[in-house]
Design a binder for this molecule. Structure first.
Ligand SMILES: [Zn+2]
Length: 311
């Protein structure tokens, strides 16, 4: 009974189910560093609004249980497609993919690359309209999805190790490791670039993430092997409950096995988020970003922006 209760508690804190996302801290750090990496004159704009972009870095996760079809925007089950066709032949155009696989199938197995590719045009439109609220809302949201595309377990149907008896691996990789190591990570990125073939680039991110899944799974097993069984978990007080979480020793052993993989994926996330914002601005014709139209209230729902911009 105690064992079953522990498992339930671990499941709750690890977010088993449909939660697939970099942790809260990682998303905020990615947006913060992307803002600071922007070249001028975008640097001045993003630096001015850095607090908004940090605070709204996790908005898409917050609305995934209240907005229909939100959850599928955060992942893609590449292993599902690989059982049917080579991954690099999956259509980069959403309508073509729907024709080939059916919309139900595509939504069921996640749409993150198509979502990013759609939203870059929303961001371009928002820049062209010079509408501050839309630029900020869409920048925050696309930044979130682009970052998620860089997490290996967002590209596998075995996203929480449920198929390989590795329950909890999702939060271990993308939340617990960053929480413990983020202050030690030297975060710097290359120069921000315009990406003329954006859809090709975002699909590259997905394919890279997917290629890392076997290592993510294997190294967790190895980390457990080198951590004594009685030192793998610890119990901590959270509010009125006692919860079971992975021990610091196990997290450190896993991070060592991964050889900086989490850091490298975070850096690639920052680079791609910055490249995405910059590319949309170039596509928009490099509009000036001072004295912008800010007439739309900042709390306008993203669905309204979608209806307005998706034309
Ligand atoms: Zn997410």
């Amino acid at each position: 009974m105690m064992k079953r209760l522990s498992l339930l508690i671990v499941c709750l804190i690890c977010g088993v189910g449909n939660i697939r996302s970099w942790g809260f801290l990682a998303h905020r750090t990615i947006h913060q560093n992307a803002c600071l990496a922007m070249p001028k004159p975008l640097f001045d704009f993003y630096k001015l609004h850095i607090n908004y972009l940090i605070d709204h870095a996790t908005d898409p996760d917050n609305r995934r249980y209240v907005v229909e079809n939100e959850a599928c925007k955060h992942f893609m089950d590449c292993d599902f497609y690989e059982t049917t066709v080579p991954l690099d032949t999956v259509p980069k155009d959403y309508s073509e993919a729907v024709c080939l696989f059916s919309e139900d199938t595509v939504l069921k197995h996640g749409i993150v690359p198509w979502q990013c590719n759609k939203m870059i045009y929303w961001l371009k439109n928002a820049f062209q309209e010079r509408n501050l609220q839309k630029i900020l809302k869409v920048s925050a949201d696309i930044g979130h999805y682009v970052a998620d595309a860089h997490v290996p377990l967002h590209t596998s149907s075995n996203y929480n190790g449920q198929k390989t008896n590795q329950h909890g691996i999702h939060a271990l990789w993308e939340t617990r490791i960053p929480e413990l190591f983020i202050n030690q990570y030297p975060i710097y990125i290359s120069e921000v670039e315009f990406l003329p073939n954006y859809s090709v680039e975002i699909w590259k991110s997905i394919e890279e993430s997917f290629s890392l899944v076997p290592k993510v799974l294997l190294f967790e097993k190895l980390a457990k092997q080198v951590t004594p069984e009685n030192a793998r978990y610890q119990f901590v007080q959270k509010g009125t409950s006692v919860i079971k979480i992975e021990s610091e020793q196990l997290i450190r052993n896993y991070e060592r096995q991964l050889e900086n993989m989490v850091l490298l994926r975070m850096k690639k996330s920052i680079q791609m988020v910055a490249n995405t914002w910059y590319t949309a601005w170039i596509m928009a014709g490099e509009p000036e970003l001072t004295n912008l139209d800010s007439s739309i209230p900042v709390d306008v729902p993203i669905e309204n922006i979608e209806n307005d911009l998706h034309r």
